[in-house]
Design a protein around this ligand. Structure first.
Ligand SMILES: CC(C)(COP(=O)(O)OP(=O)(O)OC[C@H]1O[C@@H](n2cnc3c(N)ncnc32)[C@H](O)[C@@H]1OP(=O)(O)O)[C@@H](O)C(=O)NCCC(=O)NCCS
Length: 152
């Protein structure tokens, strides 16, 4: 298993398959995908992409994170976290997040990794040291979520 920094085009097929199944491919495209400040990271095994995530430096933060009293540029948002079917539950997601956090720590810039976590994936993030802030909310067409964050 290898970690690779890659393009939006590289992560889109798996993001679409796992997170927007049965919907048009455009539903899996993020407005920020091609921004210079956005990065995409994949786990590749025998030339196959088996897990992906995307990092955004969103300027607009959820109110819940404002209580952390850090500058906006200290925050990085995790989006599009997906592990391929058949590869889930084998430590691949953990491997990807832990490597990503190490990469972010090396920059010395980012202090908080946060996400809108699907409620059913919440225990995964808790095991990785993420904390919940605020109340559960519904993302239309996707389902219930919580804002979660981890100190880098
Ligand atoms: C959620 C997801 C990213 C987790 O990745 P994964 O590779 O399956 O998880 P890992 O095998 O690395 O799991 C790490 C730990 O979290 C636990 N875990 C993972 N997913 C879990 C879940 N949905 N509920 C409870 N525990 C979970 C594992 O049991 C493991 O625990 P352990 O360390 O005690 O053995 C992956 O299953 C996935 O892509 N699911 C579908 C899409 C999705 O929900 N994405 C997240 C959107 S916010």
């Amino acid at each position: 298993m290898q970690i690779k920094n890659c393009s939006a085009e590289d992560v889109l097929p798996l993001r679409h398959k796992i997170l927007r199944p049965g919907r048009d491919i455009s539903s899996a495209v993020y407005a920020e995908d091609q921004d210079k400040t956005t990065s995409h990271i994949a786990v590749v095994d025998s030339d196959k992409t088996i897990a992906v995530l995307t990092l955004l430096t969103t300027k607009k933060l959820p109110n819940y994170l404002e209580s952390l009293s850090l500058p906006t540029n200290a925050f990085v948002q995790l989006r599009g976290m997906a592990v391929d079917e058949g590869q889930q539950g084998k430590g691949v997601g953990k491997f990807l997040i832990e490597n990503t956090i190490n990469q972010l720590a090396e920059t010395g810039v980012y202090k908080i990794l946060w996400c809108n976590a699907r409620t059913y994936a919440l225990p995964f993030y808790v095991k990785l040291g993420f904390k919940v802030v605020g109340d559960e909310f519904i993302v239309p067409d996707v389902g219930p979520h919580f804002v979660m964050y981890k100190t880098i």
